[in-house]
Ligand binder design. Structure first.
Ligand code: AMP
Length: 379
């Protein structure tokens, strides 16, 4: 099906063409017509399936063609709630790209913590059509009278499971009380559990539920290998891999912020430049690391699961699990950072003896057997 069958405004079709999108992905093909019809939606979609465009395209179309948009209003008509600051910036960038060819410029704002509130307040004072926010900062801005949600017509809850995992349920309750009853709500979640179901009941009205399997097919393009080795050999083996393989960029996942800093330090001691990204770093350091990695000036980023969700780095060749993630779900998210949008990718896991049983569990849960290599080291 070509994009033209989705009846989106010409400016959006132009944006798809300039982004090199030739046809909608399955999640877009299914979600966009329902969203344009005003339907509430619950979408189960794997990471990398194209879900951001699945909600941004109808949202931007509705904002651009809505007559109220021509009235000078300060309050945003659409809100996208996301769990992390990095994801907020990424969704903002995607929205800006997609909105570029619309006849009327849309005012796209962000609200996320860890940075000064003043620039966000100033931007809101100039008016907003769409705001992309993390829950805590959004509520701060409302409490400081810098933002009203009274004119909201469209709400997107992205990565709902992650929002709950990060302990945002009280904030979600508070946001719920600020929302107008008359609105459309679209919710995206990689997994469904009782807590996510509660969000569905609290926020959505007679939603249509879509299951999009495409992510699983996309993941097949990823070559997955597990190296079984003693824990203390992980560092030397990582260095050997980085020197031997000619990957343009590598994302290394570790279990904790401390471990990320340790790995970066040890690489540095061996003359290999890397940066870490985790929740204990300042927001400016997080933005800086992400920007360097995105622009290609940084080859190696060592991160925790903070960025295993949703973050899209185009053409990322390789993901290395220096530590296995605790949950198989996080394994899928981490590995989903490579092999995006149907490109091939490489995912390697360094598995210590005490992690081998857990590797078996991950294989069982994701339904794939990885290639395994047991590495022998001479003492
Ligand atoms: P997402 O799951 O939203 O993070 O998107 C994953 C990747 O797919 C991003 O790099 C998008 O730019 C890309 N993408 C989204 N929709 C399409 C499409 N219709 N054609 C080609 N690439 C797309």
């Amino acid at each position: 099906m070509p994009f033209s069958h989705l009846s989106l405004c010409p400016g959006l079709e132009l944006a798809f063409a300039s982004l090199g999108y030739s046809r909608p992905f399955p999640v877009q093909e299914q979600a966009i017509p329902a969203a344009l019809a005003g339907q509430d939606l619950v979408v189960h979609a794997q990471t990398g399936s194209g879900k951001t465009v699945a909600f941004l395209a109808p949202l931007l179309h509705l904002l651009a063609t809505d007559e109220a948009g021509t009235l000078p209003s300060h309050a945003p008509r659409a809100l996208v709630l996301v769990p992390t600051r990095e994801l907020a910036m990424q969704v903002r960038d995607r929205a800006t790209e997609l909105a570029r060819h619309l006849p009327l410029p849309l005012r796209i704002r962000t609200a996320f913590g860890g940075v000064s509130v003043n620039p966000q307040m100033l931007a809101l004072r100039r008016g907003a059509d769409l705001i992309i926010a993390t829950p805590g900062r959004l509520l701060d801005l409302v409490r400081q009278n810098a933002l009203s949600l009274g004119a909201l017509r469209h709400l997107v809850i992205d990565e709902a499971d992650k929002l709950l995992e990060l302990g945002f349920s009280d904030e979600m309750d508070a946001i719920k009380r600020l929302l107008p009853a008359q609105r459309q709500t679209l919710m995206f979640s990689a997994t469904m559990n009782t807590a996510v179901q509660e969000i569905v009941h609290a926020f959505l009205k007679a939603p249509l539920t879509l299951h999009v399997e495409a992510g699983l097919d996309l993941a097949v393009a990823i070559e997955e290998t597990a190296y079984l080795l003693p824990q203390e050999h992980k560092g030397p083996f990582l260095r050997e891999l980085l020197a031997r393989e000619k990957w343009s960029q590598v994302l290394v996942f570790v279990a904790s912020g401390r471990r990320a800093d340790n790995v970066v330090r040890k690489l540095g001691n061996n003359g290999i430049r890397a940066l870490s990204l985790h929740g204990d770093k300042s927001q400016s350091a997080r933005i800086d690391a992400m920007e360097q990695f995105r622009s290609g000036s940084l080859r190696i980023l060592v991160a925790t699961d903070l960025i295993s969700r949703g973050i899209d780095i185009s053409g990322l060749a390789c993901v290395i699990n220096y530590d296995l993630p605790r949950s198989p779900r996080d394994y899928i998210h981490r590995v989903g950072r490579t092999g995006r949008a149907g490109q091939s990718g490489i995912a390697l896991s360094l598995v210590g003896p005490e992690e081998e049983a857990h590797l078996g569990l991950i294989e069982k849960k994701v339904g794939r057997r990885f290639l395994k290599e047991r590495l022998a080291f001479n003492a």
